[in-house]
Design a binder for this molecule. Structure first.
Ligand SMILES: [Zn+2]
Length: 338
């Protein structure tokens, strides 16, 4: 199973999908679910919805396929690009990173994100430059020296800028990529769908899958197509100072910035992890508002939970581990099948 999940993670991270530009990645997931025998549909704003079967109370498992990224805000007089961020992208975190500029008519150009005047042999104030979107720019890997030449390539304001995910799986089982949040969970849920398709376990809930878009800008699951009894966001688990989770565990969140997760559902998740001897951690997330909170704010009524593999350096060059992925997979499987 882990090989399948890692293969899907690599495929998904190779498809650029910053918030607002997710259809290619979503269509990949639709096709993959179809290969597994499930019929997923797309909502008007681009979220995916799929009935995975089973009997009992309804449970929706949700992950999001949109990622951080950029959008061309201005074509500068020097021919380079000022960008605005999509989601909580931090400029210093993508310094010197390769990127793709994807035009509205589907052309792609390569480039890199640099501070203005980035040669240390030239810029005596290199160290002092504040790394933000005003002082940094996309240098396009084409022969362009002014605004007119860049525009003649077909590049326009509003084009998508997607950063190199640099997805790597080490021989020690660590998984690194810019966009483990939340493509690692999407891949894990595909793994669960594969398990259901092949093993046909008896599910004690009626299970639905929801793959949200626009999560990174705050309204991913704000509307959902049906009423459900339980809704669990499967998203990156926080790892850092003061928290107990590591990348090798599944994180069960008890409170995020929007408040406490549902007490009963969270207790059931903790008990399932305990009973099955899974490596898990229970944590409070200090700066995180899960997509499931967006669904509650949108007016839905259900019990809500939040779990996911531990992810280090979130919204940067993120790291997790196959053990954390497997613990997440097992927690979901056991919650559904016990
Ligand atoms: Zn996320």
């Amino acid at each position: 199973m882990i090989n399948y999940i890692l293969e899907k993670l690599k495929a998904l991270t190779a498809i650029p999908s910053p918030s607002g530009y997710t259809n290619n990645a979503s269509n990949y997931v639709i096709q993959e679910l179809k290969n597994l025998g499930f019929n997923a549909t797309m909502t008007k704003k681009g979220c995916l919805f799929c009935d995975l079967g089973g009997e009992g109370d309804s449970l929706m498992l949700a992950a999001h396929i949109d990622t951080l990224g950029g959008m061309v805000q201005e074509i500068k007089a020097n021919g380079r690009l000022k960008i605005t961020r999509l989601g909580g992208l931090l400029a210093h975190n993508i310094e010197a990173e390769n990127c793709k500029i994807i035009t509205r008519n589907g052309k792609e150009f390569e480039g890199a994100f640099q501070i203005n005047n980035p040669s240390v042999h030239v810029n005596g104030k290199y160290q002092e430059v504040v790394r933000d979107f005003d002082n940094m720019e996309v240098v396009i890997d084409e022969h362009v020296t002014n605004e007119k030449e860049t525009k003649s390539l077909g590049i326009q304001v509003g084009d998508i800028v997607a950063f190199d995910p640099r997805t790597v799986v080490t021989s020690s089982g660590y998984i690194k990529s810019r966009f483990l949040d939340d493509k690692l969970s999407v891949a894990t849920l595909l793994g669960l769908a594969k398990h259901i398709s092949e093993e046909k376990p008896k599910l004690n809930k009626h299970l639905y899958l929801f793959i949200a878009v626009y999560e990174e800008v705050g309204h991913g699951s704000s509307s959902i197509p049906i009423e459900v009894d339980e809704f669990i966001s499967v998203d990156m688990g926080c790892v850092g100072d003061g928290l107990s989770c590591t990348e090798r565990q599944v994180s069960i969140c008890v409170k995020d910035s929007s408040g406490p997760l549902n007490y009963e559902l969270t207790s059931r998740l903790i008990n399932t992890a305990k009973k099955n001897n899974l490596d898990y951690a229970v944590d409070v997330y200090p700066n995180y508002s899960a997509d499931v909170d967006a669904a509650l704010s949108g007016g839905s009524d259900f019990k809500h939970g939040l779990i996911g593999p531990g992810v280090y350096a979130s919204h940067g060059y993120e790291r997790s581990h196959v053990n954390g992925v497997l613990a997440t997979f097992e927690l979901l499987k056991n919650y559904l099948c016990n």
